[in-house]
Write a protein that binds this ligand. Structure first.
Ligand SMILES: [Ca+2]
Ligand SMILES: [Ca+2]
Length: 189
């Protein structure tokens, strides 16, 4: 086995482990449509640059969602580039996930829990003004002084919106360093 093959296998195996753990009740990684029975609450993966993204439609508070992602070896979603933001958005739309559940939006990892107005990713890094962002119109607005967790908001074309962290929403987890593009071939649209 060449080094490359080994590396590819290693990435694949880790990836398979993560996804298998995440999808224990699921029929597989095949593309789903509105005609499928709703037996599965995990959808994906979508892969971008060594990171796999999975959508979980079982609703949870932001904190529970982050803990669920962590327990699977990941974190809540970091949509820090146009490419990633667009890919995940397209996946949600193409899988008709909004038709499977009543949804206003999906939790992401971005939050200003620690300090109002300072948005941080799960690793603690700050969203700076020059960084990629895609806020919905007039957002973030910290409505009623109680919005610290960021969703991708369905009614705003999945642009970003700060929302109340205790609200239960579906969410997106990400799993990093999966060993290259091999993992991505598991999902084919
Ligand atoms: Ca806030
Ligand atoms: Ca808001």
């Amino acid at each position: 086995m060449t080094i490359d093959a080994f590396t590819a296998c290693l990435g694949f195996c880790i990836f398979t482990l993560v996804v298998t753990r995440a999808s224990a009740d699921c029929a597989g990684l095949t593309k789903r449509s509105i005609d499928d029975p709703v037996v599965c609450h995990e959808f994906g993966p979508v892969c971008v640059d060594n990171t796999a993204y999975m959508v979980y439609t079982r609703k949870a508070s932001w904190l529970d969602a982050e803990q669920n992602c962590s327990s699977l070896g990941g974190t809540l979603y970091v949509m820090n580039s146009t490419k990633v933001d667009k890919m995940v958005r397209k996946f949600i739309i193409s899988e008709y996930l909004d038709d499977l559940i009543v949804v206003t939006g999906y939790w992401t990892g971005l939050n200003d829990i620690d300090e109002e107005g300072v948005y941080r990713w799960p690793d603690g890094s700050v969203l700076e003004s020059e960084d990629y962002s895609r806020w919905a119109r007039n957002q973030p607005n910290n409505r009623k002084n109680s919005q610290d967790c960021v969703q991708i908001w369905k009614d705003a074309g999945y642009k970003w919106d700060d929302a109340t962290c205790t609200k239960r929403k579906p969410y997106v987890c990400e799993y990093q360093n999966l060993g290259g593009p091999d993992g991505c071939s598991l999902y084919s649209s």
